[in-house]
Design a protein around this ligand. Structure first.
Ligand code: NDP
Length: 286
């Protein structure tokens, strides 16, 4: 099976479908899950310094024997490392943990504090060939306007919470002006049972011989959104990517667009979020 790619605004081609690794522990589970995903045909892995599992992601990639240039690897810089010199060091540490010479995409994980410094370090790492594409995450319209107009390089992506219940209409309009791709975190609503049981999804699932998760992921794909659902179960890892042999029609797309509640689980603009995230130490084990 060939996974389609989307072209980013910097010219790079990103596999539109990948594998997420948030909340998979580094006790062998990440290694096992990534190994299964790669064996099932995934060629895009999303990790982060803050997931503490880069090492296992890298080992699974290495042991797969798949040529490096056939796998898209994303990692993310944590806000504790946003000062310019710290960011440079953190990028090198990420590469070291992953056992890679470069990452395909590196993101500002949480957009608070010394974002401008961090971005400059990432632009330089891109020029040095350590990162192919650079992007941001969790940027709302308000946060975007605060930082992005001052960047030299426009982000290639913004990775935000996105699923049928939260379709991010506001930020998508802003991003569209610069051709910035949207990457979905929680593309399945982190397994939200209400979402997966929506009658409209059940009906479409019956029609196409798919499950609710596959309908959601297909909808997101047709919306031009890059997805990387996470699972530690081999049947789901295999099943989630089985979405490229059917197409939702425009009436069905509209029905799914109508599920939007305009609100997600996480509000990056909420008071106290920056303070809470700033307490998180990603170097506790270094
Ligand atoms: P997802 O929407 O991918 O949901 C994952 C959850 O859904 C898991 O509990 C999984 O359980 C379950 N699940 C997986 N497949 C199915 C299925 N077919 N039917 C029902 N349940 C299913 O949430 P994530 O938060 O993991 O988001 C995806 C990725 O996005 C992350 O892994 C991470 O890489 C990234 N991310 C980025 C963030 C950011 O701030 N930039 C924040 C959060 C995530 P099980 O494993 O038991 O199968």
């Amino acid at each position: 099976m060939t996974i389609p790619t989307f072209k980013l605004n910097d010219g790079n081609e990103i596999p539109s479908f990948g594998f997420g690794t948030f909340q998979i522990p580094a006790d062998g589970s990440t290694y096992q899950a990534v190994k299964e995903a790669l064996a099932a045909g995934y060629r895009h892995i999303d990790t982060a310094v803050a997931y503490f599992n880069e090492q296992e992601v890298g080992q699974a990639i290495k042991d797969s024997g798949i040529p490096r240039d056939q796998i898209w690897v994303t990692s993310k810089l944590w806000l504790q490392d946003f000062a310019y010199a710290d960011a440079k060091q953190a990028i090198d540490l990420s590469l070291q943990k992953l056992g890679l010479d470069y990452v395909d995409l590196y993101l500002i994980h949480q957009p608070y504090g010394k974002v401008a410094d961090a971005w400059r370090a990432m632009e330089e790492a891109q020029q040095a060939g350590k990162i192919r594409s650079i992007g941001v995450s969790n940027m709302t319209p308000k946060i975007w306007q605060k930082f992005v107009p001052n960047f030299d390089v426009v982000p290639a992506v913004n990775q935000v919470e996105f699923n049928p219940y939260f379709q991010q209409k506001g930020i998508r309009q802003i991003m569209a002006k610069d051709g910035v791709a949207l990457e979905a975190w929680a593309p399945l609503g982190q397994g939200n049972a209400d979402l997966l049981k929506e009658p409209v999804l059940t009906k479409m699932a019956e029609k196409y011989g798919k499950n609710a998760g596959q309908i959601i992921l297909r909808f997101e794909h047709q919306e031009g959104v890059i997805v990387f659902p996470k699972s530690v179960h081999e049947d789901r890892i295999k099943g989630n990517q089985d979405i490229f042999d059917f197409e939702l029609n425009s009436a069905e797309m509209d029905q799914l667009r109508a599920l939007d509640k305009g609100k997600g689980m996480h509000d990056p603009d909420a008071p106290g979020v920056e303070e809470m995230l700033s307490k998180y130490d990603v170097h506790v084990n270094d």
